[in-house]
Unconditional design. Structure first.
Length: 149
């Protein structure tokens, strides 16, 4: 694998190819949820590397050797501008985008070294700030990392 975070570029390309309700230039990788909120763009889909978790067995042991399995976690944040009707129209617009994102990513095999994406529970909730509503989805993929013996 050329980059440990290569999934971000591949997720971005997949969404740019599949989404019809968001301009491709508004599908972007971002450094953090806070950055997206401070630099909101309407409409946009923001791809944020969130975390990784080393796979462990039931006893809590991880693989100790050349090969290790890791779950990469990606936050997908859909942002739309709120409107004067208490955000009802914005949520309706966001609902369409969320449906497109789910259809594009659920089960998508990013590449051979990465297992298909699957949704996982998201610790974030919908937020509203400065006239924008931000709705989160969280996806994970299993990646196998290898080192030297």
């Amino acid at each position: 694998m050329d980059s440990y975070l290569a999934a971000g570029n591949l997720i971005q390309a997949r969404l740019a190819d599949k989404l019809t309700s968001v301009p491709p230039l508004n599908i972007r990788q971002s450094i953090s949820l806070e950055w997206v909120v401070a630099n909101a763009l309407d409409p946009s889909v923001n791809i944020i590397y969130h975390d990784d978790k080393v796979e462990v067995d039931e006893a809590g042991n991880n693989q100790r050797g050349k090969t290790q399995t890791v779950y990469q976690v990606w936050l997908i944040l859909v942002t739309v501008q709120n409107s004067s009707d208490a955000g009802v129209a914005a949520e309706a617009d966001a609902g369409v985008i969320l449906s497109e994102v789910i259809a594009a990513l659920q089960g998508y095999e990013i590449r051979k070294q990465l297992n298909p994406l699957h949704r996982i529970p998201c610790p974030y909730r919908k937020t509203e700030k400065d006239g924008y509503v931000h709705l989160p989805l969280m996806y994970a993929t299993k990646i196998i990392t290898t080192g030297v013996s």
